[in-house]
Design a protein around this ligand. Structure first.
Ligand SMILES: Cc1cc2nc3c(=O)[nH]c(=O)nc-3n(C[C@H](O)[C@H](O)[C@H](O)COP(=O)(O)OP(=O)(O)OC[C@H]3O[C@@H](n4cnc5c(N)ncnc54)[C@H](O)[C@@H]3O)c2cc1C
Length: 476
């Protein structure tokens, strides 16, 4: 019997799993995919918003601020990238400048640092800022992260502290019992006293397993992006247009932690909960709208496009509450942007409001909340590299030429707790395939290493989800 089952190993579920692992609780984290963070946490702008944007009085506003304040320390503890780049909200003309005042008021109330720049001052820092930009509100403490890196690291810590992780387990139905729930997945029946539903765009579907009235309706809102080559080095800060109620935060230019630039997203409702492919219309919207704040956008340096689904609901706020008629069944639903930035706040809120209601929390004396980060060869100086290669020659064999990733790093990321089980799993952890060639040279080698390390046939190695086989059959 579990105390708590968390459904969904995105940033919401994994952050909560890590925080809960500080206590003496029997916790399971379940996901239908073969890896951590294969849902919305995999495809977004990766910004730790400081909390100036959400409407006053909303849960989003409260948890964004508390979440963002915890992030830097969490990333330090987990050895994850946290790069403070600053966010420029770029106004074009008097009407938009007027709107900056609302964001400024929010920032003052919430204790968020900010400063104003004239259009010319901002252009001195950002040479590609459009000449139409007249004033900029800068939030200098805004950071970018690698969202799935944080989620994987949280899961790793939680598992080391005793959490059971079940991947490839799709929750198919849930029975209400007198003192808890039975969660039925594709291959197990789990008994638990409490359920936290953190299933992203699928939260309504999961909630409907225990209640006739989930109290919210999710319609995914798709966002699509271009990824520019690292060498393009297009922006230093995140550049936002002034937000609008209809199109949200608008089309941005975002420097990533590894120096690529994201251009996007659009914001289009879709019906299908799995519809995370890009579209001609969506990308055209991005191309046509980035010019509002930016000029000379080098879209010809694009190496990839991708899309993510925001779990948008009709409640226009995070919905974190017990399901109607289902005590100790907590929905963490409608966690759209700034859900990534808010995750540490969401986790604390769930523990304070709901977990403490049902459990007398005792600290787990053996819990270790930090982890040793994986080695990134390309970030070491020559002496440290040579030392590593002397100890383990696999670090001397470069598999990904674009990102300079060695076989040693790939093997380590497969063998670690919560290790990679797919080509994309390896790519998420140590980046082969993230560069200009997008895996053209390294993918067959990564496939071979996965096959060897997991003791499976090359034909059994998958690209991403369990159904995404790569090789059809063996030839002579
Ligand atoms: C385009 C876009 C841009 C964004 N930009 C930002 C940003 O810059 N900053 C920010 O703070 N936020 C941003 N967000 C929002 C942020 O990405 C999300 O709020 C966050 O990732 C949600 O995480 P989650 O864990 O709740 O959901 P998910 O990451 O979707 O995780 C849900 C998990 O549940 C699993 N699951 C679903 N159904 C089942 C089932 N039946 N059984 C078992 N498992 C199941 C899924 O496989 C998935 O792994 C953006 C979102 C999008 C789409």
């Amino acid at each position: 019997m579990y105390d708590i089952i968390i459904i969904g190993a995105g940033i919401t579920g994994t952050m909560l799993a890590r925080d809960l692992s500080a206590y003496r609780l029997k916790v399971a984290l379940i996901d239908k995919e073969n890896d951590i963070a294969n849902g919305t946490t995999m495809a977004n702008s990766a910004i730790v918003h400081t909390g100036y944007d959400p409407k006053e009085g909303t849960l989003k506003a409260k948890l964004n601020v508390t979440g963002a304040r915890r992030y830097e320390q969490i990333c330090r503890d987990l050895g994850c990238k946290y790069k403070v780049v600053g966010a420029y909200i770029a106004a074009c003309g008097e009407d938009e400048e007027e709107h900056l005042k609302i964001l400024e008021e929010n920032a003052v109330k919430r204790g968020i640092p900010y400063e104003y720049l004239s259009g010319d001052e901002a252009r001195r820092e950002e040479e590609h800022l459009s000449d139409n930009v007249t004033r900029v509100l800068n939030f200098p403490t805004t950071a970018v992260i690698y969202p799935w890196e944080v989620a994987i690291a949280c899961a790793e810590v939680a598992v080391k502290n005793g959490t059971d992780l079940f991947l490839n387990e799709e929750v198919a139905s849930i029975d209400k019992k007198e003192n808890g729930y039975t969660v039925h997945t594709s291959s197990h029946d789990f008994e638990t006293r409490m359920v936290i539903n953190a299933a992203g765009v699928f939260t309504e579907k999961i909630a409907a397993m225990v209640t006739d009235d989930p109290g919210f309706h999710i319609t995914p809102r798709r966002g699509e992006y271009y990824v520019l080559d690292q060498d393009a080095r297009y922006v230093n800060h995140i550049i936002f247009p002034v937000p609008t109620p209809v199109k949200g935060k608008g089309v941005l230019a975002v420097p990533t932690v590894y120096g690529n630039t994201l251009i996007g997203p659009n914001s289009d409702f879709v019906e299908d909960l799995d519809d995370n492919g890009t579209s001609d219309e969506g990308l055209a919207y991005v191309r046509n709208n980035i010019g509002k704040t930016m000029k000379d956008v080098p879209l010809y340096r694009s190496i990839r496009t991708f899309a993510g689904l925001r779990p948008t609901s009709d409640r226009h706020d995070f919905v974190i509450e017990e399901a109607k008629g289902a005590p100790a069944f907590v929905n963490a639903a409608s966690i759209e942007s700034p859900g990534l930035a808010s995750a540490p706040g969401v986790s604390q809120y769930i523990i304070e409001q709901f977990v403490k209601k049902y459990f007398d929390l005792q600290e787990n004396p053996d819990a270790v909340m930090s982890r040793e980060a994986p080695v990134i060869l390309s970030e070491l100086d020559e002496e440290a590299r040579n030392e590593l290669i002397r100890k383990n020659p696999l670090y001397g064999r470069i598999i990904c030429r674009c990102e300079q990733v060695s076989e040693g790093e790939i093997v380590d990321c497969i063998r670690r707790v919560c290790g990679a089980r797919s080509v994309k799993g390896v790519k998420k952890r140590v980046r082969p395939g993230m560069g200009r060639c997008q895996g053209g040279f390294c993918e067959p080698l990564v496939l071979e290493i996965l096959s060897r390390e997991l003791h499976i046939k090359p034909t059994e190695v998958v690209l991403d989800s369990v159904k995404s086989g790569i090789l059809e059959s063996e030839n002579r």
